[in-house]
Design a protein around this ligand. Structure first.
Ligand SMILES: C[S@@+](CC[C@H](N)C(=O)[O-])C[C@H]1O[C@@H](n2cnc3c(N)ncnc32)[C@H](O)[C@@H]1O
Length: 450
């Protein structure tokens, strides 16, 4: 791989005798990984013989984006080093967590596995198109307690001052750690670009810190090697906000201490972690964890978003729920966006000043005289939470994801909604009319399975 000359000069000087091994790693094959969804049954057909040592749910290997395991949210494909970030965060159930730079959702889906559908996860992405992809991935993974927003960090800080127990800033960066996976990223690289990224990171963090509660935790990560975006950012944070202290990160499997000598020499920086591809099986990453000892900004007043659902809308959903759901929805948490019905996480603050992509779990569509359940709901429920569930085979699964109808003579009902499973993984809802299952797989997500 032809690395930029200025990049080579820089890392030769920083790494000294280690530099050759570091440069040689760019010609090694990239590492792939996937993470299991602990809410799903273990996929029967996946090779789980090569676990990633520092994470409970991660494995080396590749899963097709057109496979059942991917579609049903049984797995999330994620680069192995990126899984270390979620492990370092490791939020506890019932926490309020912000993932500020969240798309496409690797860390968000990982954080949700720790939260176990409790507390609240606010998953934000500044770019509109990427926010939509993020929403799709949260739905695929079956997240229930998650708000998906499309905001800039300043607006988040204004609306969620002193609100979160934990904030993850997985910052946009110069991406040096991804050169091997995505050589096109090298085209953007220059020393000036690194500086511009560092400036943006400081701006994002200036807003992010305002959203933390006293005692809250901040996790900062990048997929770049440059000290300007890694140790020097944390050194800047520690000196700008003396209310922060660092939380030591446990390191295994070739992950090493960050390097104080690449910043201002503050020994506390050793608590952060560096992931180098010549020392471990993953791409380049940096992670730091800090804890706030005193608030940076006092929390705003604690208003909640009121439900905006009319009695008729609420009744329409209640009729559907009575017939089909063994899943409790508190009517105070219902939220309608036009004819789309959602259930908000408990304690959701007012949403009216925010660009909301998903105000919680999408329940379905309020039609004139009936309620139509959403794809998101089919993937969010646990087994047994829908009145009629049925297993289909892989051939019928291929028809479902391609948008076709199919026939079966062993359906549990003659007419009505059925939740379809294939190899024990949830797939979608279908509507049964006699022995035909009408297709409700979302049009925009249909694909030809391989
Ligand atoms: C490293 S990626 C996030 C990856 C994601 N956390 C995951 O694990 O799937 C950084 C994200 O920051 C977003 N971003 C870019 N500029 C930003 C800004 N000024 N403020 C906040 N986020 C920004 C990018 O659009 C990108 O989605």
């Amino acid at each position: 791989m032809e690395l930029p000359a200025a990049f080579k000069t820089k890392y030769k000087s920083l790494l000294g005798s280690e530099a050759d091994a570091f440069f040689a790693s760019f010609d090694e094959p990239e590492n792939n990984g996937f993470r299991l969804n602990p809410r799903r049954d273990r996929p029967a057909d996946l090779d789980l013989s090569d676990p990633i040592p520092y994470t409970e749910w991660g494995y080396y290997g590749k899963v097709s984006g057109k496979s059942l395991d991917h579609q049903s949210g049984a797995v999330y494909s994620q680069e192995p080093s990126a899984m270390f970030v979620g492990e370092v965060a490791h939020p506890k159930p019932n926490m309020r967590v912000l993932d500020l730079c969240a798309s496409p959702g690797g860390k968000t889906t990982h954080l949700s596995s720790f939260l176990q559908q409790s507390g609240m996860l606010v998953s934000n992405e500044i770019m509109g198109k990427r926010a939509k992809i993020l929403a799709e991935n949260t739905e695929r993974f079956g997240l229930q307690n998650t708000l998906v927003l499309n905001e800039d960090p300043a607006h988040i800080a204004k609306n969620f001052t002193g609100f979160f127990d934990q904030v993850l800033v997985d910052a946009p960066c110069s991406g040096e750690g991804m050169f091997r996976k995505d050589p096109d990223a090298m085209a953007y690289w220059s020393p000036d670009y690194v500086e511009a990224c560092a400036k943006r990171q400081r701006e994002i963090l200036t807003e992010a810190v305002k959203t933390l509660k006293p005692d809250g935790e901040l996790i900062y990560s990048t997929c770049t090697f440059s000290p300007e975006e890694d140790e020097q950012i944390i050194a800047w944070l520690l000196s700008t906000y003396p209310q922060f202290d660092m939380v030591p990160i446990k390191k295994t499997a070739g992950i090493i201490d960050a390097k104080p000598e690449w910043a201002n020499g503050d020994e506390r920086l050793k608590n952060a972690a560096r992931l180098f591809p010549h020392l471990m099986r993953g791409e380049g990453h940096f992670v730091a964890k800090l804890r706030l000892t005193a608030p940076i900004e006092e929390a705003g007043y604690s208003r909640r978003q009121e439900s905006n659902v009319s009695r008729d809308q609420s009744n329409l959903f209640a009729d559907f729920a009575k017939e089909n759901l063994q899943f409790k929805v508190d009517s105070h948490q219902l939220m309608a966006f036009g004819d789309q019905l959602y259930v908000m996480p408990k304690g959701t603050p007012p949403l009216n000043h925010l660009r909301v992509v998903r105000p919680g779990l999408h329940l379905g569509t309020l039609k004139k005289k009936r309620f139509e359940p959403s794809y998101a709901l089919a993937l969010a429920l646990d087994r047994g939470q829908f009145a009629h569930e049925t297993e289909i085979d892989l051939d019928d699964w291929k028809k479902v994801v391609h948008g076709e109808i199919f026939k079966r003579n062993d359906l549990p009902i003659k007419k009505g909604w059925v939740r379809l499973f294939c190899r024990h993984q949830p797939v979608a809802f279908g509507k049964v009319v006699d022995q035909t299952v009408k297709n409700y797989f979302p049009k925009g997500l249909r694909f030809m399975a391989n």
